[in-house]
Each structure stands twice: as C-alpha cells, then as structure tokens.
Design a protein around this ligand. Structure first.
Ligand code: SAM
Length: 235
C-alpha cells in the first residue's frame, strides 16, 4: 500500500491495541486519518486541528458528517467529532488530557523554533498519555529516483534517524515520557539496516500514567482558548 496509507494503518493498529477514548490528530489536513478513526468504537472524542482552516472547511466537513447508515451502528452513541483551526505552536485548554495525540508528517513543516514550541505545547501542556510522531527519514532519500533535496517544497528540514532520536530523547527527558522508535516503508532487501524506514515514527508514552495526568488540571485559573472551532458533531 502507498506510504500515507501505511502511516495511517500504523495509527489504527495502535488504536486497536490501546483503545484510547480521546484522540486528537494534529495537522489533520483533509482529515483522511480522522475518517478512518471514526469507525473505532472505543473512541468517544475525535478531534482534528490544522492551521489551514479553509482546507478543513473545503475538504473535511462533508466526509465526517454522519450518513444515515451510521446510525444503524449502535457503537456510535458516544462519538463526538470536533475540528479546529489552530496552530500546534499555541496552547488550547480544550486539547489537554487526551489519551492519544497523532502528528503525522507535520513537524517537518515547522521551523526548528516552532518544533520547540510544538514540544512544549504537546508534551508539556497537553500532556497526553501517548503521542505518535511521524516524519521523513532523510537517510532513505538516496533510494528515491529523483534529484537530491527535500521530499516536499514546504519541508523546513528532514531528519536522519540520529537527529530524530536526539530531539525525541530530549523531549522525553524534559517532559517525562519514554519513546520507542519504528517506522513504515521498508527499504529493499539488505538495505533496511543501513537506511532505515522511509517514514520514521516515534511512539511516546507518558511516564506518569493516567491518574496523575488528570490531577495536573487542578490549577485551571488561566485556561487559554486560542483555536477556532469550525465544526462539531455528536453521533
Ligand atoms: N497528517 C496528514 C496526513 O497524515 O494525511 C498530512 C499532514 S500535511 C503533510 C501537513 C499539514 O500540517 C498541513 O495540512 C498543514 O496545513 C498543517 N500545518 C502546518 N503547520 C501547522 C501548524 N503550525 N499547526 C497546525 N497545522 C499545521
């Protein structure tokens, strides 16, 4: 299957195993991952955030609205979907305390200063139980039959495995997470070890556990709401 499908399947497999109730997809673009996740009965709140609100309005809303047949599925009683226009460099109190945050091919679109903000906001402020981050692995690039350079003109960087690892381990140390490294998109036989996966993935788990995570929300004196709600629906 194409790489974007493999990345989404990776998230779906994680959801099947871990059964998160509240999931937010950062940089949700045309909401294709949210589309797939809405069929997972354990999820009660499914949120998408993208800086490009026009794209959300144009590409997402119709597809996420329930079809009449959806109501035939009793599992849907609980599902709520919300879409926000907002930047991952800004805090919003409505995104705190989730079970899973996904960031699929997003960070490489940020400047390094904004990646630092992203780390503070996601790991330091939102404090989800788990985070899945995927980003291109630049060591794989020489296998592409095309000129050297980034895979997309909007990419601000593409990291080697060592660069990704160094960012991820720093985040873990600062915010109390542990991380496993993996990826999707296999290299040809014999080259996997040398170049790694086409998309590298870090799966982060909060070391504090759910209980303490909720306790953090005692001091809610100054809740910030910087995102704009574009769409919400209760199934
Ligand atoms: N996650 C999508 C998927 O798996 O199909 C693909 C993501 S696309 C390559 C990158 C997305 O990040 C774009 O939709 C872009 O608008 C969004 N984006 C870029 N900077 C952002 C920011 N600061 N905050 C939120 N979204 C941002």
């Amino acid at each position: 299957p194409p790489l974007h499908r493999q990345r989404h399947q990776f998230v779906i497999d994680f959801v099947k195993r871990n059964k998160p109730k509240k999931v937010v997809d950062l940089g949700c673009s045309e909401c294709s991952l949210l589309q797939k996740l809405k069929f997972h009965r354990e999820i009660e709140l499914l949120v998408g955030v993208d800086i490009d609100g026009a794209n959300i309005k144009k590409r997402c809303m119709h597809g996420l609205a329930p079809m009449s047949t959806d109501y035939l599925q009793p599992s849907y009683d609980q599902l709520r979907i919300e879409l926000y226009q907002g930047s991952v460099t800004q805090e919003d109190a409505r995104l705190r305390g989730f079970d899973l945050v996904t960031s699929i091919e997003l960070i490489e679109h940020l400047t390094l200063a904004d990646v630092k903000r992203f780390s503070e906001v996601v790991f330091g402020y939102m404090t989800p139980v788990a985070v899945i981050v995927s980003t291109p692995n630049s060591e794989f690039n020489p296998l592409f039959p095309r000129p050297a350079g980034f895979r997309h003109s909007d990419h601000k960087f593409e990291w080697t495995r060592a660069e990704f690892k160094s960012w991820a381990l720093k985040v873990c140390l600062e915010y109390g997470y542990e991380v496993e490294f993996t990826g999707v998109g296999q290299a040809p036989p014999g080259q996997q070890e040398r170049v790694g996966f086409c998309s590298q993935i870090g799966v982060f788990h909060w070391l504090g556990g759910r209980q303490e995570c909720n306790m953090l929300f005692g001091d809610d004196a100054e809740d910030v709401f910087s995102y704009t709600l574009l769409y919400s629906i209760n199934y």
